[in-house]
Design a protein around this ligand. Structure first.
Ligand SMILES: *Cc1c(COP(=O)(O)O)cnc(C)c1O
Length: 520
């Protein structure tokens, strides 16, 4: 195998028993170089030659050096990106079992609505008179989120779950400071998503862990014994990241409020309880909602997202600006100048403008097309599907909390019982060869070699059966210590990558090869 610059293999290795092809391609899975490596000196997708008149008009400010864009024709460019897209995996290709991420089907109706020009072709600085429909949509979506969560108000502007966490903690910090009681510590359960402690630290707090019980829940006694006048808030995910409901939530909120602290809920798992449980009834003070999870707006590859935050009455005065308010028949955007005394204590703003309009449009379209009963069905089916996966596989995979009853919307397994030094990663890589995106691995941290599977409500029984069959066959090989799993994936465009090196020394920019390298 040849190595090109940066030590990147220029062709996939042949798996055992396979021969390489002349091109490096495998059937219709095409090898693709970097676009810069396809550069041809005279290649261009444009028809006109140099434009002397334009150069004259630039008055001596024209570029003196080429800008190093690769020279390719239009068909070369189209093929390049289409080939790359075929090496990717997407929710539109198949089941995407990533736990915690709620990768579910994005109904096309929502895409149609989001592309309507009255929503898509507007600008955040347009006069209020010209965007009344868009304001009405933001207001209506906010009203649904308040109703579904049983909370008092909503901030629509945060742009993702983690951004919503920060928004919630900033409101909590402002509320505590306003009463002259700045506190220093935030308590976070061991099983929390990494964004929770990161957000707390970013907001300037010390972070302390609360242990979990052997049943995968927050240890109520340990939490109570740590509560005190230095604790600003507790951040709790419910259902938690083990896929389990926290049955002591009301008791937890009561104890937290008793010491003058506040309750932040990570609402990323709202998909499991929407229409059935209102977090406001559980004593929550602030919670983000990932529209790109529960309300099916598309996500992946780093964006886009939307993380509105709902607040209790106590925190409402501290919520960020701007927000949309209905005044008679009109909708107004409330900013610093127009904020009344109810909002005089706002901590500021999270974003330049109102938030992710395209996601709002899709989410409201999703909510209205399901209705309240339909949303309840969503969470019930999500929980049913996860329990089907849990029970169909718990004879070949260890389910650490399986004995304590049904799960919520995700099934959690561990690597206990694997033979021959095999681990979760070997199972995940083998799933790629079976044509599935791997599940979430090694998270939550409270379970050894965790495999977290969230099938979501949008998968049919036939699809689940196929996935279960594939995972069952891989799990049986793992239990038998089948060493061939260590070579997986063998059918993917790339074999197993060095993930540590890729994370610690990522090569993110193309560099021209030096003459010596080029001569090699
Ligand atoms: C997805 C997720 C987050 C972070 O949300 P983003 O929208 O990715 O920023 C936080 N907590 C949990 C439990 C999650 O699943």
């Amino acid at each position: 195998m040849s190595m090109n610059r940066e030590g990147r293999p220029s062709r996939p290795e042949a798996a055992e028993g396979q021969t390489t092809t002349f091109t490096g391609n495998r059937a219709l899975m095409l090898e693709e170089p970097l676009i810069f490596e396809m550069d041809e000196a005279d290649g261009t997708g444009l028809d006109f030659e140099s434009a002397p008149k334009v150069q004259q008009r630039l008055g001596g400010f024209e570029r003196i050096r080429p800008i190093s864009l690769p020279g390719l024709s239009e068909p070369q460019t189209v093929r390049h990106y289409t080939r790359l897209s075929r090496q990717n995996y997407a929710i539109d290709l198949g089941l995407f079992p990533l736990g915690s991420c709620t990768m579910k089907h994005n109904p096309r109706l929502n895409e149609k609505v989001a592309r309507m020009s009255g929503f898509a072709d507007i600008h955040p600085l347009q006069p209020a008179d010209t965007v009344q429909g868009a304001y009405a949509l933001i207001h209506e979506l906010g009203r649904w989120l308040i109703t579904l969560t049983g909370m008092h108000s909503v901030a629509m502007s945060p742009k993702a779950g983690a951004h919503g966490e920060l928004c919630g903690l900033l409101a909590i910090r402002s509320a505590l400071e306003a009463r002259g009681d700045a506190r220093s510590v935030i308590l976070v359960p061991e099983s929390a998503h990494g964004t929770n402690p990161a957000t707390a630290a970013f907001a300037g707090y010390g972070v302390e862990n609360i242990p979990a019980t052997s049943r995968g829940r927050v240890d109520l006694q340990a939490l109570k014994s740590r509560l005190g006048p230095d604790v600003a808030a507790v951040m709790i995910t419910n259902p938690n990241t083990c896929g389990l409901f926290e049955p002591d939530m009301i008791e937890i909120s009561r104890a937290v409020h008793e010491v003058g602290a506040l309750v932040y809920c990570d609402g990323a798992n709202f998909n499991a309880i929407v229409g059935r449980v209102r977090p406001g009834d559980l004593g929550i003070d602030a919670m983000h909602i990932n529209l790109h999870k529960t309300f099916s707006t598309p996500h992946g590859g780093g964006g886009p997202g939307s993380g509105p935050v709902v607040f209790s009455e106590a925190l409402t005065p501290f919520a960020p600006l701007p927000f949309v308010e209905k005044q008679g028949d009109r909708f107004e955007l409330i900013e610093e100048e127009t904020a009344g005394e109810h909002h005089g204590q706002t901590f500021g703003r999270m974003t330049a403008f109102h938030g992710q309009m395209g996601m709002f449009t899709r989410a409201l379209s999703y909510i209205l097309s399901h209705g309240a009963d339909g949303l309840r069905q969503v969470s019930e089916d999500a929980v049913l599907n996860a329990n089907y996966v849990l029970r169909e596989l718990d004879d070949v995979l260890d389910a650490p909390f399986g004995a304590s009853g049904p799960c919520m919307h995700e099934a959690l397994f561990s690597d206990k019982g694997f033979g021959g030094g095999l681990s979760t990663i070997d199972v995940a890589k083998a799933l790629i060869d079976e044509g599935f995106h791997p599940m979430t691995m090694y998270f939550p941290l409270v379970v050894h070699g965790a495999m977290l599977i969230e099938p979501t409500e949008t998968e049919s029984k036939a699809t689940l059966d196929q996935f279960i069959g594939a995972l069952r066959s891989v799990a049986e090989r793992a239990r038998a210590g089948d060493q061939s799993l260590k070579a997986a994936p063998i059918h993917a465009p790339r074999r197993r990558l060095d993930e540590t090196l890729a994370a610690r020394k990522p090569v993110l920019a193309y560099r021209e090869p030096s003459q010596a390298e080029a001569a090699e």
